[in-house]
Design a binder for this molecule. Structure first.
Ligand SMILES: C[S@@+](CC[C@H](N)C(=O)[O-])C[C@H]1O[C@@H](n2cnc3c(N)ncnc32)[C@H](O)[C@@H]1O
Length: 263
């Protein structure tokens, strides 16, 4: 279900709109690239590359002549990403090129959607060169860590989801997130031969950004799954009338960078 909703024109268009208007994914991508210590000369593989936020952040650290290999399974997202980065040294693929290894393999904001974490880390590990780094980012809330309240009259940003839940338009059969914990993620890195370094960043998520993020069909499926993806953004806009747009909350992102232990 998740990949099907990612492979939708509404999703690709709104992801682009979201990224143009808000810095959430750009900040997270920059932090991930820093955690992975991407540097000139590195061969980089970006998995679940979306529309290229992480790949573009890599290019800021790479040198002239370096290229990012971006892998994105959703046709809609990949086409949007490829068009958006047309003039940049990023090659787009549906799957990692066979037989290649990379100095840096990175995956921003997707690990929980790709499958059981140990299998996913094991699959990604095959593409990491000896002494290379595998780095992933995810909202710490997906590891069960609560975000701190921010400011305004809705400092946890719950008013909009409460309003949407009240409409009773949700899809109870929507795919649940792959369960993930700090322990299972850490163990997966260790099991596949990585020495893990864990850090985090904290950003301000505004009401405005939260509303626009909720317009993404893979995100709003559990709340609005009975409505077609095309109709959801307008419904969301109506429901957000009267919200306190000055409200915001903190959002922590976990950054996990594993260095391959050479044996
Ligand atoms: C939140 S976006 C992150 C995109 C990009 N890495 C970034 O940082 O902006 C999640 C990406 O994961 C991909 N994805 C989600 N579920 C997937 C699955 N089951 N298999 C492969 N890719 C998947 C989506 O197509 C989407 O591009």
């Amino acid at each position: 279900m998740s990949l099907l909703l990612w492979n939708h024109q509404v999703t690709a268009r709104h992801y682009r709109l979201f990224t143009d208007r808000h810095d959430r994914y750009r900040i997270a991508a920059k932090a991930l690239v820093q955690a992975a210590a991407v540097a000139p000369g590195h061969r980089v593989l970006d998995i679940a590359a979306g529309i290229g936020c992480t790949a573009l952040a890599c290019l800021e650290q790479l040198g002239d002549g370096d290229v990012v290999t971006a892998v994105e399974a959703s046709d809609a997202m990949r086409q949007e990403g490829s068009a958006r980065t047309r003039d940049r040294p990023i090659t787009w693929h549906t799957a990692p090129p066979k037989g290649q290894q990379y100095d840096r393999v990175i995956c921003g904001a997707a690990i929980w959607a790709l499958g059981p974490v140990s299998e996913v880390i094991g699959w990604m590990a095959q593409h990491v060169a000896p002494s290379g780094v595998l780095a992933v980012s995810l909202p710490a809330a997906y590891l069960g860590e609560a975000d701190a309240p921010g400011g305004g009259s809705d400092p946890r940003l719950i008013a909009l989801t409460e309003a949407l839940a009240g409409l009773d338009l949700g899809n109870p059969t929507a795919t649940a997130l792959t369960p993930l914990t700090e322990a299972s993620l850490t163990q997966a890195f260790r099991d596949h031969g990585f020495f893990l370094s864990r850090s985090s960043i904290r950003l301000r998520l505004t009401q405005d950004a939260y509303r626009d993020w909720l317009a993404l069909p893979p995100v709003n499926e559990t709340l609005l799954g009975k409505v077609s993806p095309e109709e959801r953004p307008a419904l969301l806009a109506r429901c957000s009338d009267g919200l306190d747009m000055s409200s915001w909350r903190w959002e922590t992102w976990a950054l996990c960078a594993g260095t391959r232990v050479t044996r």
